[in-house]
Design a protein around this ligand. Structure first.
Ligand SMILES: *[C@@H]1O[C@H](CO)[C@@H](O)[C@H](O)[C@H]1NC(C)=O
Ligand SMILES: *[C@@H]1O[C@H](CO)[C@@H](O)[C@H](O)[C@H]1NC(C)=O
Ligand SMILES: *[C@@H]1O[C@H](CO)[C@@H](O)[C@H](O)[C@H]1NC(C)=O
Ligand SMILES: *[C@@H]1O[C@H](CO)[C@@H](O)[C@H](O)[C@H]1NC(C)=O
Ligand SMILES: *[C@@H]1O[C@H](CO)[C@@H](O)[C@H](O)[C@H]1NC(C)=O
Ligand SMILES: *[C@@H]1O[C@H](CO)[C@@H](O)[C@H](O)[C@H]1NC(C)=O
Length: 493
């Protein structure tokens, strides 16, 4: 099996209990399944969540979360930043579910059964859904017609937020795109960058730590080369299911790869409860166990298991280690896999020297073969850069891209400002979209500062809309004997 990093975008975050308890009203909007051709008349109910408690009717802004690959309630609960600032801005909060996730299934049960139904799962369709929904909300809520709309999103949702502003600037006034790897595409970012950042996170805890993980792959191969070794691992790692085939060994390595990657992504400064409950700075906690890379194979694997248990068994409640988890067929995983097999092709590779993983070349042929077999589709690696502009987006404006340097996805993020109004924020101590989460007493100062800057931009975007309205519009009429300029008020206030 190919390395499954493509699956571990955000989906892994879904099996967890809610920390905050925000409240909203739930609505469904009748959406067109296909926005871009006229042959398919089907519609589906798209779910969205609204809280207008703090909204200043008659112009107060709309803060719109562009839902990504998962149940929208999860994003609503985990995007505390929007809730934290709603009152100050007098904003209405809307969280819109991405089609094919959560309850927004265009073909109900059948949505995932065939490429014929699943083919409408694209980012372009999702953006059009959001645009339709915003227009509907603005036209049906009295006092919303003039409300500026600010898009918010993290991870793939951050990509969507930025792309909303790029594609629908007449609908979206500005976008906060957190940890949005819009450059993690073919030809835009070296494929080995991601694994290097994951490695750097572990190496910065201690070089012995990343070195131990780097050596562990060989130790695993050697120990698992025979049945006694497989049995030894099963006993010493408390595996739920014995390993017997070579596929199992590959799966185990994939699982481990995902564990280390996930840990880097959620290396938050405070204890949090995601896939599993984790301590503050979990990478450091893992590395406290991985202190000697010179151990023999068996001892090294024992140490590795202790480190691993920080992630897999922090509560001490895990009966046995289920390394098949990544085969989890949740909608989030399946949907993202399909998207990764169509337009969201994000090349990943490593040489095992500059990173701590097994050498893994990027092989688009093998990648495409798997996609064709699994979903009956062929990936189009250059489609997203073509449609959204890749790095060439300076004709757009009003986007803040925030990046946590601890987050491996920062490698595909916009880390340098592209203009005065397409701004990159770097958060040295930030993990995956930490800035979108609710304020926490343990937040590092850099995250507080990032949120402050984001608020300033939001304020600026909102007031520039108000200013626009007061300005007058000039048109130049040419062709007559006298050239003159007509000045008309743009809009009566
Ligand atoms: C909106 O959120 C606020 C603050 O969390 C809460 O007090 C209020 O009850 C919510 N409103 C609705 C309609 O859920
Ligand atoms: C999905 O399938 C189940 C069982 O086949 C059926 O009971 C249910 O009504 C279906 N739901 C939808 C939305 O089609
Ligand atoms: C692993 O062992 C189980 C039980 O002995 C057997 O049913 C299964 O086919 C084996 N799997 C492989 C891949 O050999
Ligand atoms: C690391 O393990 C090796 C082999 O067991 C041992 O010789 C060495 O002293 C250990 N190093 C440390 C710092 O404990
Ligand atoms: C998890 O921790 C508990 C308590 O230390 C232990 O009894 C259990 O065996 C551990 N589970 C795994 C899978 O290692
Ligand atoms: C962006 O511009 C560069 C330089 O003009 C060009 O080589 C590249 O193909 C463009 N990328 C996209 C995605 O249009």
């Amino acid at each position: 099996m190919h390395r499954t990093l493509l699956l571990s975008f955000l989906c892994f975050l879904f099996h967890h209990s809610f920390v905050h308890a925000y409240e909203w009203k739930t609505f469904f909007f009748k959406q067109q399944v296909d926005h871009f051709s006229f042959a398919n008349q089907d519609t589906y109910p798209q779910r969205y969540l609204v809280n207008s408690t703090y909204w200043k009717r008659g112009g107060g802004p709309i803060f719109f979360y562009t839902g990504n690959e998962g149940d929208i309630e999860w994003f609503a609960q985990n995007t505390g930043f929007m809730w934290d600032i709603a009152e100050e801005f007098g904003a209405m909060l809307i969280f819109a579910e991405h089609r094919y996730y959560g309850q927004s299934l265009p073909y109900g049960n059948k949505s995932y059964s065939d490429a014929k139904y699943l083919g409408y799962l694209t980012s372009e369709q999702a953006l059009a859904d959001f645009a339709e929904l915003i227009s509907y909300v603005k036209s049906t809520n009295s006092g919303a017609a003039d409300s500026p709309v600010i898009a918010f999103g993290g991870s793939y949702g951050g990509m969507l937020a930025a792309w909303m502003r790029i594609k629908y600037p007449h609908i979206i006034t500005g976008a906060i795109a957190a940890s949005a790897p819009i450059l993690q595409f073919t030809g835009l970012t070296p494929c080995d960058a991601f694994n290097r950042v994951v490695t750097a996170d572990f190496a910065s805890a201690s070089t012995e730590c990343s070195e131990t993980i780097r050596k562990s792959w060989k130790s695993l191969s050697s120990v698992l080369s025979n049945d006694e070794g497989k049995e030894w691992i099963r006993t010493n790692w408390n595996l739920c299911v014995p390993l017997n085939g070579t596929d199992d060994v590959e799966n185990l390595k994939d699982w481990l790869t995902n564990v280390w990657t996930n840990l880097a992504m959620v290396n938050y400064p405070y204890a949090a409860n995601f896939l599993a409950p984790l301590p503050a700075y979990p990478v450091k906690a893992v590395c406290e166990h991985l202190t000697n890379s010179s151990l023999d194979d068996h001892s090294l694997l024992i140490e590795l298991f202790k480190g691993l248990s920080v992630y897999a068994n922090f509560t001490g409640q895990t009966k046995c280690l289920d390394v098949s988890q990544q085969a989890d067929q949740s909608l989030g995983d399946m949907g993202w896999d399909f998207q990764a097999c169509t337009e969201m092709v994000m090349p990943m590779c490593g040489d095992g020297i500059n990173d701590m993983f097994e050498a893994q070349p990027w092989n688009i042929e093998k990648y495409s073969e798997r996609c064709l077999k699994k979903w009956k589709v062929n990936p189009r690696p250059l489609m997203a850069p073509l449609i959204y502009g890749g790095r060439n987006i300076s004709s757009s404006s009003n986007i803040v891209f925030s990046n946590g340097l601890l987050d491996p996805w920062s490698t595909g993020g916009v880390t340098k400002s592209l203009s005065d109004s397409i701004v990159a924020i770097i958060i040295p101590e930030g993990a995956h979209h930490l800035d979108l989460r609710a304020g926490d007493p343990n937040d590092p100062p850099s995250v507080l500062k990032a949120r402050e800057i984001e608020k300033q931009f939001i304020g600026k975007w909102i007031s520039s809309v108000k200013k626009d309205k007061k300005e007058t519009l000039k048109s130049i009429i040419v062709g007559s004997e006298h050239i003159f300029v007509v000045v008309v008020p743009k809009r009566s206030e």
